[in-house]
Design a protein around this ligand. Structure first.
Ligand code: C5P
Length: 228
């Protein structure tokens, strides 16, 4: 398949208090977006789309050029929306006509290994229409009511934590975005709500999402221990 990667990096990162939009917060001498794009370019997509907060397009283009280092594959930078779903839609809007499969990837999962991209793509090649990487849930999960009381045990063996990149046939994701009303926290939930089978492949613990300050510190420590 002809595939594109849409990197959503338009979050404000208010939980990080990094002073800049999250994608531009530094991990080592390079930003979250820079590290995220390294994995993306290693997957050799036909097109890369980076979705950033409005006003940060020029900075993002500099980062992409730096990572691409002479690679001539098309890179498009677009402004995102107020929700992740709007940012995904903004990225899909600029996909080239020959792209039939799209991988939606959170820039915040900056250390995602290339092998995860490869596993996801292999499942698409094997005929799946929607593929997500997951990792086992290590915590014991409780369902809690509004009064702060545990109401039910949840069987951990039936749970998996979803990561990105999440891959979809472009036509399937576009149709799901148009037909499903509610805002979902990931694209696979949209596609599943539209009635499609979503299959899983192994994710990677290192593909965790940098959301809080401890996550940021963990990413920095991993890079300090094993510089890329
Ligand atoms: O907010 P959260 O951590 O769930 O965001 C996941 C990813 O979605 C991040 O990479 C973030 O930049 C992106 N996002 C976006 N547009 C938004 C909100 C989040 O591109 N409006």
């Amino acid at each position: 398949p002809h595939f594109a990667v849409v990197v959503v990096a338009a979050g404000s990162g208010t939980r990080l208090r990094g002073g800049a939009p999250k994608a531009f917060v530094a991990l080592d001498e390079r930003s979250i977006l820079h590290h995220a794009l390294r994995g993306v370019f290693m997957a050799r997509p036909a097109q890369v789309v980076v979705v950033v907060p409005a006003g940060h397009e020029a900075t993002a283009l500099d980062v992409a050029r730096d990572v691409a280092a002479g690679d001539t594959r098309p890179v498009d930078i677009v402004a995102g929306g107020t929700t992740r779903q709007e940012s995904v839609a903004a990225g899909l809007a600029v996909l080239r006509d020959d792209v039939d499969t799209v991988l939606i990837h959170d820039a915040a999962r900056a250390l995602t290994p290339a092998a995860v991209f490869e596993r996801v793509m292999a499942r698409i090649l094997a005929g799946a229409v929607a593929v997500i990487p997951t990792v086992p849930v290590v915590d014991t999960i409780k369902r809690v009511d509004v009064n702060g009381r545990v109401v039910a045990a949840v069987d951990r063996s039936e749970l998996a934590a979803a990561q990105t990149p999440q891959a979809f046939r472009v036509s399937v994701l576009r149709a799901a975005l148009n037909s499903v009303e509610a805002d979902h926290t990931d694209d696979a939930a949209l596609v599943a709500a539209a009635g499609h089978d979503v299959v899983v492949v192994d994710g990677d613990a290192v593909a965790f999402k940098i959301t809080t300050t401890p996550d940021l510190e963990r990413a920095r420590a991993l890079l300090a221990a094993a510089p890329l």
